[in-house]
Design a protein. Sequence first.
Length: 403
Amino acid sequence: MEKLAIDGGTPVRSRPWNAQWPEFGELERKLVLEVVDSGHWGGVFPFGSQKEKVPQLESQFAQLHNCKHAIGVPNGTLAITIALQAAGVKPGDEVIVPPYTFIATASAPLLFGAIPVFVDIEEETLLLDPEKVESAITPKTKAIIAVHIAGCPANMSRLKEIAGKHGLVLIEDAAQAVGAEWEGHKVGSIGDLGTFSLQSSKNLNAGEGGIVTTNNTSYWEQAWSIVNIGRIPSGEWYQHERLGQNYRLTEFQAAIALAQMTRLEEQMARREKNVALLNQLLASLDGIQLLTMDPRVTRHANHLYLFKLERTFCEMVNKSEFIRKVNAEGIPLTEGYSSLNLNASLMRTIEELTGEKRINECPVSERICQSQSMWLAQTVLLEDENSMYDIANALDKVVRSYH
């Protein structure tokens, strides 16, 4: 047995990870300088304007995701808050969310007093389990947030059916899923509203920023008003018809995002090629379990490469220790999320708002987070083919050390 690097052996990989992120060039510089030279760095733009970058980005992003409308906002967290408010969710209303996601999915409704209710995930996909959603619906439930975790669309067909049956708003948290598709339909266009992130780690990156999408013109008008301090699209400058905030995206962020959009398809193709190879290399590794992808997922955005340790293998393995051993072999494997239904700050805030101590048991998510799930970031998936072999060899080496 070859000695592990953590014990003084030679690591599988000693060369650096070379994938630059973000990838950028002259186009980003050109568009940002156009903003600087214009002297118009932000604000509200005339409808139909194509000179300024924000309207261009909104138009092109809506087209990319087959939506009628898109609105630029400061970040993905506020995108969720704005989408919920635009759809009529009020303080005290309940919003169903999965626990296996970034904290923003739950904190976004809490930002204005709506209550996240955690519903467990599917064992095979780590996505919100539609068959557990209905039992969590109460008279206070107003919305479901489906998270397309790692870039893989949730079961939108079933969730849309449940939302329609109970008169609920269905919102897609597609922060990690730019370009993904369910049954040939782009995410962000399937539910009532979609939300995206342009944060620096995301597949489409503007440093910070977010997008709200919808095919519902009424929701678009509501969202636009919230983003623009309560103004209305057809109103005067000082005509504030509702309470809102200044949640506008700047011209600089829009310029970067527009340039980055020209790189998106080629980057997605690179990730897809590397994921296919990784799947092939890891499929037969004893102790490693790949996630199941529903055949109705017609395109995965591959923001993360997620996999699990097999449950029987977990009996002899400490997850954190396993990851440290893989890291020592030169592979940037990370632990991933903690189950949000166990997050003390969230549950404390929910208790303060409701006046009761709530317990949302999510045993699948809790076990997955504690002992099984781990991932590689999207930048790793932009590396060369040999890097995928390094990942597989390192995992194989560490797995064999336990046997």
